[in-house]
Design a protein around this ligand. Structure first.
Ligand code: NOJ
Length: 757
């Protein structure tokens, strides 16, 4: 007791001095920016709000023009799509040497899953359920991005996605709010590090704010119409988690929300984001989103400029409508200059936090090129790729492959490099990605491996034309499809086992790549049927960016390995997994439906008043397909198998201040050492509003040797059981709850407890 007083005093002093330091830092920044803004003309202030694209990529319909001249006139606050120290320096030189006030530029870029070293696509990375690993990939990306002159990344993308028709599900962490929130925070920490003024940190940009993942029918850029409850329960928490983790910027999304486009939505960008959540950073729009407000039909050019600015949009990405309209609007008193000042101040604050006013070149040096794709980063890419892969089926232990077996590797993706880094791999170079064939050959020099292409990635010429317009590089083989299949069948007949590498072209995923049919392309299915007819065991290795419908494949093939687009080291990681050097441990973060008619399908659904009962006609179901998915959320096999003991609880009746401890023993009952991700779900049985049948609340990873058991304990508090009650108050309700622990969202042990208030 007597030691307690000094300790409390010490803690109090520390907290006070930390907040004192924080306050004085903020006061210093405020004074600096106030002084700077006092010198700025209205044009220069508006210039800070302008965010054109210059350099390599475009992700929208128009290209920015005359950017260098505008920088010189102080009419640009930041640019994106320029990287490499040389290119960045050239533009920063103009800003700080030729513009009147020498205000440095922000340099943004779409660093999505790595910068030069490319990690698996985010949906794949999320399947690792490895939060420290994900944070490390973001940290690594920040190291490379800053070595390339960048100070701002348009990531993380934290849109919850329940509709696999949407091509952009590949860019996010899947369907779950809780897991998505952990990943969002980890990525922000990874990018921004502990202090944004260090030269290896970047400003994170949380996108797409908000609800972009809920676009109707999975068709890109479509509308969102959503209840307040669903927003707050399901879709908003990952954005909030990213802001709570300190993310310094946000990107407003393309979609409308209940009739009001996000990029002109005051409720979203000011009332919720700033007033309710306390966000102090900067908001930029997505590509030409202010211009698109006109097409949404909410105003002409001056009107949408005013709408966006007043709603809380600080930077105008590519539209240049702020540049064209704001001055006139201020001068004609249609908007108060207060709004321009407010937005300008937020942009300058971001620059201040990045320490650009002290040293505009702090991330622009030529001395860090050795950091790019260094050996440690490549090793991380390989390990991340291994951990992202999900074993969907493995009948009779056909995997791992025996390296002395006669193996036929068949398919257009066996030797492919082009697709491995996915559709949106920033500054990644696909030519540096290692194909499976190149990785596997040297490892097994005495192998009896054979190869046949078997089919083109696609035979659908209309689709090929569309994809090639955007760089898919699909070149149909000179041989006819029938000839390719014949060759594959004869190679397969001569083998002990057939491994088919198939999937989507990388261009069938990502932005503007929605699909209404999410099965494998027809020509690939024809090949699979021919391979199956040989009677040989067939393993399917998939590369794709979304859940696919794989009912036939699941029914007919012997094993299926989901590898996503696994990045720079994809080939090595696939070889490691196929031959058992790495025992697969990934678990799906998005439900795989049986067919598109089941969409949207997700694990944390509601029970309904007539839950499915096969003996009853009038229950919630389809006549032609089961309610259950093909592979549920959290699902993923191992070469081993894990058994779960019943759950033991420390209490079955907990008070609001209690800790509920749920203990379970997991045993490796198979023949391989491996990692299992034990998942914890809860269900509130009775609430003032209906509650999901399961909600993820935690997970733990255990590594077990064959025969080994480990006992793990999860701790839950009433806080974990809070939800939005009938009055939309985030609170606890007393009553009966269930707790589930298991290997996926369907296969679980369960126990009951009560919460009393
Ligand atoms: C459009 C995309 O929606 C967004 O994610 C991206 O950051 C911007 N373009 C900038 O390239």
């Amino acid at each position: 007791m007597k030691h307690l007083k000094p300790l409390i005093l010490f803690l109090l002093l520390t907290v006070t001095s930390v907040s004192y330091a924080q306050n004085s830092k903020t006061a210093k920044m405020n004074a600096y920016i106030k002084a700077l803004m006092a010198k700025m003309t209205l044009d220069e202030k508006i210039g800070q709000l302008n965010l054109p694209s210059i350099g390599f990529d475009i992700t929208g319909p128009i290209l920015s023009q005359g950017v260098e001249g505008k920088i010189e006139k102080g009419l640009v606050g930041g640019v994106f799509n320029t990287y490499t120290p040389e290119a960045v320096r050239k533009l920063q030189d103009i800003a700080v040497k030729k513009s009147r006030l020498k205000i440095p530029l922000l340099f943004g870029y779409d660093v999505i899953h790595g910068h030069r070293t490319i990690f698996p696509i985010p949906l794949g990375l999320s399947a690792s359920w490895d939060i420290p690993l994900i944070e490390k990939t973001a940290r690594t990306a920040a190291n490379e991005a800053t070595a390339d002159g960048l100070n701002w990344v348009f990531s993380p993308m934290v849109d919850i996605a329940r509709d696999p028709r949407w091509g952009r599900v590949s860019e996010g962490a899947g369907e779950d709010t809780w897991l998505g929130s952990q990943i969002a925070a980890a990525m922000v920490h990874g990018y921004q590090g502990t202090d944004l003024n260090k030269n290896n940190t970047v400003l994170a940009c949380v996108k797409h704010f908000a609800l972009y993942g809920a676009i109707e029918a999975g068709r890109d850029y479509n509308m969102v119409d959503m209840s307040e409850r669903k927003m707050f329960e399901v879709y908003l928490p990952p954005y909030k988690a990213a802001f709570d983790a300190g993310a310094g910027s946000a990107m407003s999304s393309f979609n409308e929300i209940n009739g009001v486009p996000a990029s002109g939505n005051k409720w979203l960008l000011t009332d919720l984001l700033r007033k309710q959540w306390g966000f102090k950073g900067m908001v930029a729009t997505d590509y030409t989103a202010i211009m698109e407000l006109m097409k949404h039909g909410v105003g002409d050019e001056p009107q949408v400029a005013a709408l966006a600015l007043k709603a809380g949009v600080d930077m105008d990405m590519v539209s240049e409508i702020y540049l064209a309209q704001l001055k006139k609007l201020v001068q004609s008193k249609k908007i108060d200059v207060f709004y321009v000042d407010q937005a300008c101040r937020r942009v300058l604050e971001a620059k201040y936090k990045l320490d650009l006013f002290t040293d505009p070149y702090n991330r622009i040096t030529n001395t860090r090129s050795a950091e790019m794709m260094s050996a440690d980063k490549m090793a991380l890419a390989q390990s991340a790729a291994q951990k992202s892969m999900v074993l969907l089926k493995n009948q009779q232990g056909v995997l791992p492959l025996k390296s002395n077996a006669k193996i036929a590797f068949i398919g257009p993706l066996v030797k492919d490099q082009r697709n491995l880094i996915g559709n949106w791999s920033g500054a990644g170079d696909w030519k540096q990605a290692i194909s499976f064939w190149d990785a596997v050959q040297p490892q097994y020099p005495n192998n009896k491996f054979s190869y046949a292409k078997g089919c083109n990635l696609l035979d659908d010429t209309a689709m090929i034309t569309k994809l090639n317009l955007n760089g898919a590089d699909i070149v149909p083989d000179v041989k006819s499809p029938a000839k390719l299949i014949d060759e594959a069948v004869s190679v397969a007949k001569d083998a002990d086992v057939v491994v088919a590498f198939l999937g989507e072209s990388f261009m069938m995923t990502g932005e503007a790549s929605s699909r209404s049919d999410i099965s494998l392309p027809e020509n690939q299915k024809t090949l699979l049927k021919a391979l199956k007819a040989t009677g040989k065991p067939v393993v399917l290795v998939l590369m794709n960016g979304r859940p696919l419908t794989l009912s036939w494949e699941n029914e007919n093939l012997d094993a299926i390995l989901e590898t996503w687009y696994a990045g720079t080291r994809a080939g090595n990681a696939i070889a490691d997994v196929l031959f058992g050097k790495y025992n697969p441990s990934g678990k799906l973060t998005m439900t795989f439906p049986r067919n598109v008619g089941q969409i949207p399908i997700y694990y944390n659904a509601k029970n309904t008043g007539r839950p499915f009962d096969e003996k009853e006609k009038y229950t919630s179901k389809y006549l032609d397909v089961a309610n259950t998915p093909l592979y549920p959320f959290g699902y993923g096999l191992s070469y081993s198998a894990f058994s779960y003991s019943p759950i033991s609880l420390n209490k079955t009746n907990i008070a609001i201040t209690d800790k509920l401890q749920a203990t379970i023993t997991i045993t490796n009952i198979g023949n391989y050492a491996g990692e299992e991700t034990a998942q914890l779900y809860t269900r509130q049985m009775i609430g003032s509003v209906t509650r999901p049948v399961k909600e993820l609340k935690g997970f733990q990873k255990v590594f077990l040797k064959p025969g080994e058991s480990k006992t793990i304990t999860f701790t839950l508090t009433a806080n974990d059981l809070k939800f939005y009650d009938i009055n939309m108050k985030y609170t606890n309700e007393p009553g009966q709850y269930k707790i589930f622990i298991g290997t996926n969202s369907q296969d679980v042990m369960e126990a009951d407890f009560k919460l009393r208030l």
